[in-house]
Design a protein. Sequence first.
Length: 216
Amino acid sequence: MVETWKQIPVNSSVLQGAQPGYTIHLFSLDPDENFQPSEIWSNNGTVGTIAPHIRDSQWASPARDETVRRVEKRAAEFQGYGRAGFLEPLKVLKYELGGHYNHHYDTFPHREARTSMEGNRFSTFFVYLQANCTGGGTNFPRLSPPKDDRWCQFVDCDEPYEAGVTFKPIPGNAIYWHNLRPTDRTHHPDLLHSGLPVTSGVKVGLNIWTWTPEDW
Ligand SMILES: O=C(O)CCC(=O)C(=O)O
Ligand SMILES: [Fe+2]
């Protein structure tokens, strides 16, 4: 038989029973019934309060089914080993009209100020799952806008220089950053950020927070 480059039918028995090392699953979460108002935690990590003038959104932790575990695994592998100790259960966030989250850090300040937990949120993935909305970018006021125009597909290049950098909520995209400085383990001051108000429609995001090992 002559070999051609169109030789293997996708549904052939050759593929049945194969155990690929890596499978892609369509990532779809519909945790609507589980959504509750998002809380704000104090610096020592003890109290969660609801304060819509600071943060107006709903959140839910999806059940750890196979899809969610796969996302967890990918997030862990992306970061290699080392300072990545634990993942916090994934948190889906939903913002409706006017929903926002004022400027904040994702970290808790430093070990001594905390009573109820060890470690800290080393890194953040913020994934845009749905963004059928206007507004709703993620703003980092202390970052300098990029000079290369190619970034304009991901960040809002029309806003004033002083506004810092605002990532556009593009479904399927994610932003990733390290909250802690490796040298002194304090939070990086430039990583102050906010979820800008949604001016129409709905934005759904996903937080994947990785914690340092307990002895960090
Ligand atoms: O909604 C956003 O764009 C950012 C959300 C955020 O910073 C957070 O949930 O900690
Ligand atoms: Fe945040």
